[in-house]
Design a protein. Sequence first.
Length: 181
Amino acid sequence: MNHSFAATRWDRLLACLPMIACLLACADSPPVVTGTVTLDGQPLTTGVVQFNAGRKHAGTASIAADGSYRVIIDRAGSPASGEFSVSVTAREPSTPHPQGGPPTPGDLLTPQRYADAATSGLRFTLHPGENAINIKLESTVADADLDSESADEDAPHTAPDAAAVTDDEAANQSAEDESAE
């Protein structure tokens, strides 16, 4: 019996185990979404980003002072991949109630349509693992323009002013812009 041949086979098998374990773990990992939220081209410095799978809440994150956010999609009842709708809400600081009651919420900094995933027009396809999505909000489209579109809840909601840009798409767009000049 050739012991060196048997030892080599076991060594190879053992060397592959960590790679196999990583592949299995990565395939089972929940979507993690990172990016920046901008309003009219400027980073939004406060607020909340919420991802929904259908009508079910899937994950929420606070927007940092530099406009960045990071959401880990909740695996309980949410798909590991697929289409997710998004809402974004940002408000001015709340003001104390004059009679000592609960504070009065501040005014919205973002257009009202973005506060509800059904009317925001923000839809993104997520995959297991890391997803880079920059959320661009615009205040130029009147909320009334989207209200008529949202009358039929089963109709797809897309807003021409809402976009997700992955790092690859941003690089391609930048290259196209430079070649056009």
